[in-house]
Design a protein around this ligand. Structure first.
Ligand code: SAM
Length: 310
C-alpha cells in the first residue's frame, strides 16, 4: 500500500520550500529559553544521498536544491517570472540559513547528502528540547532509526514506527507547553487529506498555542485544491493566526507531443500552511520567496504567493 519513498524526491523544489520554512520557524521558536517539543508526523528516512540511485533516477534535486548551489545559477529562461527577484540581489537571510543548514551536512563544497526534516529539526534543537519522529514505512522507519542512532542523542529523540495521524494526540498538550508539529504526508492515498484536517482539528483543540506546519502539493485533484481552504477555516474557527506560502516552478499543463504522447509535468507547485506561525516568518519569506522563484523557476508560470490571516 505504501509505495512512496522520499528518497526519489529529496532536495526537490518542494523540499526547498518546506525546509526553508522549517529552518526559519524553528530559528524563531528556539530564541525563547523555554524547552520545546517538536513532532514530525511523517518523518521519512532522515538522510538522503544526492549521488545515489534514487536521486539519479528521479533527478528531482537537480531542479531543486542543486540548482540553488550550482555556480552562476541561471535565472529562469525567458521573461522574468511574476514576483521574481532582481538578478544579483543579495541572498535573503532565510534562504541563506537554509543553504547553510544543508551545507552543514556536507564536506566543504560537496553536495552529496540532503538532510530530511528529522535532521534539519534536530540540528536546531537545544539539549532541553525533545523530538518525536513518526514513520510508518518499515524500510524507511528502519533507516531512520539507524540514521538517528548515529547522533547518539539518547532520549532527546524518539523514533516511533506509528501512524503519525493517530499517534500525535497522545502527546498533546506537551509538558513543555511549547510545541512545533510538522505534518508532511505523502498524500499517496486520498484519505491523507481528510485525515490531516481531522488530526489538526483535534491537535488545535487539545493544544491551541502550538505551531503547526503542513506541507501540501498543488495538483489538479479536488482534495488537494480544497486542503488550504479547509486549513484556513480550521484556523479561523479556532481564532488562530495562519500563514500560507506557495511556490510554483512551472506550468501544470499536460503537453501532448507530435506522436500524440502525453507528458505530465511532475509536481509543478506546493505550499506550506502554518497555524500560529512565528511573527517573523512573513517578512522572512517575503524576502526569500522571490529568490526561489528566480532561481528555481522553469518557465514563465513560476511564481510565489504569501498570505496571512487570523
Ligand atoms: N518529512 C520528510 C522530510 O521533509 O524529509 C519527508 C516525509 S515524506 C513526504 C512522507 C513520509 O510519510 C514517507 O516516508 C511515508 O512512508 C510516511 N508515511 C506515510 N503515511 C504515514 C503515516 N500515516 N504515519 C507516519 N508516516 C507515514
Amino acid at each position: 500500500m505504501f509505495s512512496y519513498r522520499h528518497a526519489f524526491h529529496a532536495g526537490n523544489h518542494a523540499d526547498v520550500l518546506k525546509h526553508l520554512v522549517l529552518v526559519a520557524t524553528l530559528k524563531h521558536l528556539t530564541q525563547k529559553d523555554g524547552p520545546i517539543a517538536v513532532f514530525d508526523t511523517h518523518a521519512g528516512a532522515g538522510l538522503y544521498r544526492l549521488d545515489g540511485d534514487y536521486a539519479h533516477t528521479s533527478g528531482e534535486a537537480a531542479n531543486g536544491y542543486l540548482r540553488l548551489v550550482a555556480p552562476g545559477t541561471p535565472p529562469a529562461s525567458g521573461p522574468r517570472p511574476a514576483g521574481a527577484a532582481a538578478p544579483g540581489a543579495d541572498v535573503a537571510p532565510a534562504l541563506q540559513d537554509y543553504l547553510d543548514m544543508v551545507a552543514s551536512f556536507n564536506p566543504a563544497g560537496s553536495h552529496k547528502i540532503y538532510p530530511g526534516s528529522p535532521f534539519i529539526l534536530h540540528r536546531q534543537l537545544r539539549e532541553r528540547d525533545k523530538l518525536k519522529l513518526f514513520e510508518i514505512h518499515p524500510t524507511d522507519a528502519k533507516t531512520l532509526a539507524a540514521n538517528i542512532a548515529q547522533l547518539g542523542a539518547g532520549r532527546q529523540i524518539a523514533v516511533l514506527r506509528e501512524d503519525g495521524f493517530e499517534a500525535l494526540r497522545k502527546y498533546l498538550p506537551p509538558p513543555q507547553r511549547r510545541a512545533l508539529v510538522l505534518s508532511d504526508p505523502s498524500y499517496e492515498i486520498k484519505s491523507d487529506y481528510p485525515r490531516l484536517v481531522a488530526t489538526l482539528t483535534d491537535a488545535v483543540a487539545r493544544f491551541a498555542t502550538g505551531t503547526y506546519a503542513v506541507w501540501y502539493p498543488i495538483i489538479p485533484r479536488p482534495e488537494a485544491h480544497d486542503l488550504p481552504r479547509r486549513l484556513k477555516t480550521l484556523a479561523n474557527r479556532a481564532r488562530r493566526g495562519w500563514l500560507q506560502a506557495t511556490l510554483t516552478v512551472k506550468s501544470s499543463k499536460i503537453i501532448t507531443d507530435a506522436n500524440g504522447q502525453e507528458h505530465r509535468p511532475g509536481l509543478p507547485a506546493s505550499g506550506m500552511f502554518l497555524i500560529n506561525p512565528p511573527h517573523t516568518l512573513r517578512a522572512a519569506l517575503q524576502a526569500a520567496l522571490p529568490q526561489l522563484v528566480e532561481r528555481l523557476g522553469q518557465d514563465r508560470n513560476a511564481a510565489f504567493s504569501l498570505e496571512a490571516g487570523g
